[in-house]
Write a protein that binds this ligand. Sequence first.
Ligand code: GLP
Length: 264
Amino acid sequence: MLVILRRDDEEIGRQAAQLIASAVRKKPALALGLATGGTMVGVYKHLVGLHKQGSLDFSRVTTFNLDEYLGLPAAHPRSFHHFMRENFFAHVNVDSRNIHIPDGTIHGNYDQYCTSYEAAIRKAGGIDLQLLGIGRNGHIGFNEPTSSIGSRTRLKVLSRETMDDNSKFFAPGEESPRCAITMGIGTILEARKILLLATGEAKSAAVAKSIEGPITSAVSASALQLHADVTFIIDDAAASQLSQRDFYHRVLEMTALLTPDRLS
Ligand code: GLP
């Protein structure tokens, strides 16, 4: 696990975009796992910037989003489909046939739909690089606390805390969704490389438990400790409850010296 500590969300966005861009340049037909949420806005802004400058081509990239709210059609302004279109897909050249986002409008036969989502990931050769945010309760995707570490793409009931966090994005009186379709923790752990981003004080407890706490289904992101190639990129506020910050800084310095490829 590599922990990259940066000052603020501007630096986080730039650093994450750099890592994604270099993965695309190394492998133009990259299978890229994508995430939504405020933390990701800066990442997409920088990726769009690199594409507009002509230095980043997404034409052969295949994407798989982590999750979508159940009950929201793609055109709903709070759907993750809409978020992705506004922040990323409308501005870059990912082939629309290569974009995969769970369908929030399915009714019944959820298992069959989720199995087909997993099959599409396999058909693409598995996810090369998975981008993740983190919820205040440690969720990744919508894998709420007590999700099985081996879980696969499935219908998931959202926790009260997550519904409260999300309610601010919905109009007054509009109920925020109670369920979502999300990749499972087992699905996420199969990605070859994982990049988790976190900013702000509100995430600091979840970040500390994920990196320094025991592996537990009570904190879904702690399962990332089982993965061989995870990079956390976190700002000062989100890192404030980590007890080994000096060590992470030293590791980063040595990584820059000995294996600079990991940082570019
Ligand atoms: C939602 C998404 C997560 C994301 C989280 C954090 O719950 N399902 O994938 O990590 O939001 O969002 P934000 O970056 O806005 O804090």
